[in-house]
Design a protein around this ligand. Structure first.
Ligand code: NAI
Length: 434
C-alpha cells in the first residue's frame, strides 16, 4: 500500500510515521519548506516523545519520505490523508476549513488515478460532502472515494495512542474506501481494536461529540473542585468515589486551571456553532465553553489575591506553560490567559518549561524564561504550577524553600502533597483540596 499524508503537523507526522511502521509506503507532504527541509535533516518540527526515533527508523528503511511537492506525494497513492489544521475561524467561532478545501482541491488536481481521499483533520459535519463536491467538480474524469477517519491521538502519548487506539472510526460511502482503510489498519486487528465503519456524517460528529464530552467532564470536576474548597471536601476523594462507578469512569476527573490545547477549545466552539446553525443548540457544551473561559481568567485573579493588594512589582515563578506535559504545544494554553493578566497587573513573571520552543513567541515579552525550575523560583515571592510535568513532582520542597524569597505556592495541578508542602513551611494552596 502507498499513501500520502498532507500536513506534517502533530497529527500528520505522527500518523504518517506510524503507518510507515505498519509497513505502508508513506510520503508526508507539507507546504512549509522549513518543516520538510528540517525533516530531511532529521529535525522534528514538533516535540513528541519517541517521534524522532520512529521517523529515523522508517526513513532508513525507505518506507517514509517527505516532500513539498504535492504531485510527488499523490502519485500512485492508494489513499491520500488530509491532516491540515482546522483552527477557529476569526469572527464567528466556526472551524476554518480553508486549509482542508484548498488541500482537497490540490489533491484532486494532482491525482493520477483513482484514490481514496480521507479527511483525518477534525472537520464539522458536512465537510466530507463538500470535499466530494470539490472532487467531482475538479476531476469529473476520476473516481475519487471520499472518507472520514477522525484522529483521537493525544499529544504527549501520540505514538502509543495511534498504535493502540481504543477504536478506529471510519466514515465511508462505498466499499472501495472501506476496503482500503481496513487494509491500512489491519495491524490493529491483531490487538482486536474495534474498527467502526459508519456514515461520513456520523464519523465527523463522533470526533466532536467525544471531545465535547471530555471537555465537559473536565469542566464538571473543576466546578466540583471549587465546591470542595468551600465545603471542606477533597476533590480527589470525590473523583475517585465517582470514577469507580463504571458508568462514569476514572479518567478526565483531575481538576486544574481549565482545559486548553489545540483541540478542546476550538472543537467545543465549532460544535456549538454547527449545532446552532442546525437549529439544535448544544447548551451544555455552550455552558462548558463559558465556564472554562471564565475559569482561566479567575485563576489569574486567584494568583493576584494570593500575592496581596500590593502585588505590583512582586515576583512570580511559573512552572510549566505548555497546555499539558510532554508537548511543546502552546495553542490555547491556560498560560496564554493567566500570564498576560499577571504582567498587566505589574507582576514580574519568570517561567520555566521543559519544552519552551513555542512558548517565548506566544507569551508577553515581559515574561522572562529560566533554564531550570530552580533558577525560575530563585528570589520569587510566589510559585505557581500551571502544567504538571513529571520533573516538578520530584523537586525537593526544601530546595524550593531555600531558593524562594516568599512562601506562597499555588499548585493549580495538584502535583504536591499539601501536608508535605505545609511541613516545609509553605503557604500552600491547590485545587479542590482542604
Ligand atoms: P498542525 O498545525 O500541527 O499541522 C498542520 C500542518 O498542515 C502544518 O504543518 C501546515 O503547514 C500544513 N498544511 C496546511 N495547509 C497545507 C496544504 N494545503 N498542503 C500541505 N500542508 C498543509 O495541526 P495538527 O495539530 O496536526 O492538527 C491537524 C488536524 O488534526 C486538525 O484538524 C486538528 O483538529 C486534528 N487533530 C489534532 C490533534 C492534536 O492533538 N494536535 C488530535 C486529533 C485531531
Amino acid at each position: 500500500m502507498r499513501i500520502a499524508m498532507i500536513g506534517a503537523g502533530y497529527v500528520g507526522l505522527v500518523s504518517g510515521a506510524c503507518f510507515a511502521e505498519f509497513g505502508v509506503d508513506v510520503t508526508v507532504m507539507d507546504v512549509d519548506p522549513d518543516r520538510i527541509e528540517g525533516l530531511h535533516a532529521g529535525r522534528m518540527p514538533i516535540y513528541e516523545p519517541g517521534l524522532d526515533k520512529l521517523v529515523a527508523e522508517n526513513v532508513k528503511d525507505g518506507r517514509l519520505t517527505f516532500t513539498t511537492d504535492l504531485a510527488t506525494a499523490v502519485k500512485g497513492a492508494d489513499a491520500v490523508f488530509l491532516a491540515v489544521g482546522t483552527p477557529t475561524r476569526r469572527g464567528d467561532g466556526h472551524a476554518d476549513l480553508s486549509y482542508v478545501y484548498a488541500a482537497a482541491e490540490q489533491v484532486a488536481k494532482a491525482a493520477d488515478g483513482p484514490l481514496v481521499l480521507v479527511t483525518k483533520s477534525t472537520v464539522p459535519v458536512g465537510t466530507g460532502r463538500e470535499v466530494q463536491a470539490i472532487c467531482r467538480r475538479v476531476r469529473p474524469d476520476l473516481p475519487i472515494s471520499v472518507a472520514s477517519n477522525p484522529e483521537f491521538l493525544r499529544e504527549g502519548s501520540a505514538i502509543g495512542d495511534f498504535m493502540r487506539p481504543d477504536r478506529v472510526v471510519i466514515g465511508v460511502d462505498d466499499d472501495h474506501a472501506t476496503t482500503v482503510l481496513r487494509r491500512l489498519y489491519r495491524p490493529l486487528y491483531l490487538i482486536e481494536t474495534p474498527v467502526l465503519a459508519v456514515s461520513i456524517e456520523s464519523a465527523e460528529l463522533i470526533k466532536y461529540a467525544a471531545n465535547a464530552f471530555l471537555a465537559t467532564k473536565i469542566t464538571f470536576i473543576n466546578e466540583i473542585a471549587d465546591l470542595c474548597e468551600k465545603v471542606g471536601a477533597d476533590v480527589h476523594d470525590v473523583a475517585r468515589g465517582m470514577g469507580l462507578d463504571g458508568r462514569i469512569g476514572r479518567k478526565f476527573l483531575h481538576p486544574g486551571p481549565g482545559y486548553g490545547g489545540s483541540c478542546f477549545p476550538k472543537d467545543t466552539l465549532a460544535l456549538a456553532r454547527t449545532a446552532q446553525d442546525a437549529g439544535s443548540p448544544v447548551r451544555l457544551v455552550e455552558a462548558t465553553i463559558e465556564v472554562n473561559e471564565a475559569r482561566k481568567a479567575r485563576m489569574a485573579q486567584r494568583i493576584l489575591a494570593a500575592l496581596g493588594p500590593a502585588h505590583a512589582g512582586k515576583r512570580v515563578a511559573v512552572l510549566g506553560v505548555t497546555f499539558k506535559p510532554e508537548t511543546d504545544d502552546m495553542r490555547d494554553a491556560p498560560s496564554l490567559v493567566i500570564l498576560p493578566a499577571l504582567v498587566a497587573a505589574g507582576v514580574e513573571v519568570t517561567a520555566f518549561d521543559p519544552q519552551p520552543a513555542h512558548a517565548r513567541q506566544s507569551l508577553p515579552a515581559a515574561v522572562r524564561f529560566a533554564e531550570t525550575a530552580i533558577s525560575a523560583v530563585q528570589g520569587a515571592d510566589a510559585l505557581v504550577v500551571l502544567t504538571e510535568w513529571n520533573e516538578f513532582r520530584a523537586l525537593p520542597p526544601d530546595r524550593l524553600k531555600a531558593a524562594m524569597k516568599g512562601d506562597i505556592i499555588l499548585d493549580l495541578r495538584n502535583v504536591w502533597d499539601p501536608a508535605a508542602m505545609r511541613a516545609a513551611g509553605f503557604t500552600y494552596s491547590s485545587i479542590g483540596r482542604p
